[in-house]
Design a protein around this ligand. Sequence first.
Ligand code: ADP
Length: 260
Amino acid sequence: ALDIARDIGQAVVNSRNLAREQRLVGELRQLAAYKSQVLSTVSHELKNPLTAVSGYVEILEGDPGITGSGRRSLGALDRAARRMGRLVDDLLELSEVEDPEAAVPSEVMDVRPMVDGALELLRTAASRRDLDVRVDAPGHPVLACCSPADLERVLTNLVSNAVKYTPRGRAVTVRVVEHPDVVELAVADDGIGISEADQQRLFTEFFRSTNPDAVAQPGTGLGLTISARIVERHGGRIEVESELGEGSTFRVFLPRPDAA
Ligand code: ADP
């Protein structure tokens, strides 16, 4: 009888703990939803005045009466407005992918057209830097569970980073590999590489390396955070392997339909 009483007592404690944990999870979810709503509202509010600034800059740029230092100032204003535009776009994207209430559309899809699409978008940037871009993928469809738009966003982020952080004349390779339970998409470069300390913080909002070769490139420090959130919400994961001065490989693993 003592044993039974002890078991019942333990069960009561367990169920109270479970209820407390469930309440905490619910509260965290609400907070995350609130954060993403604030982020989205602020970004939308910033978009309108920014569009006005860019519009006026364009009008003034067409004015032949503006020369010398006036024109230089206009150029600086234009660059600043573009930088802010990229930041606002990235913040909007982050608010979307971090929203726990948002539906996550997922379908069974062949990943290879998404690889081709991302590379097509970045071919001009790569050729400007004289980079050799290679794809290594099976000749048959490679099915994974994701949304085509989401996968294209992730691949575009990873390939554009590989292009940005790789010196002229080197190579960027995208590989598609089938494993028993997952599909691997690897973006490898032989660029500037990432120190071990930086690797720990890569997927944190606004993180940008202080490596002088990296800061020379424009960026918001949000691309990898957005990519990681996207991959995670499709039940996948993202990993990095890198050595400073040698290059980096980013690997995305997505569930295969027969394993999901
Ligand atoms: P952004 O490129 O806009 O700064 P990301 O979130 O995409 O933001 O990347 C964060 C940081 O990680 C970059 O600022 C850069 O320092 C580093 N990084 C990302 N990809 C690479 C890469 N392929 N090679 C070297 N460094 C990289």
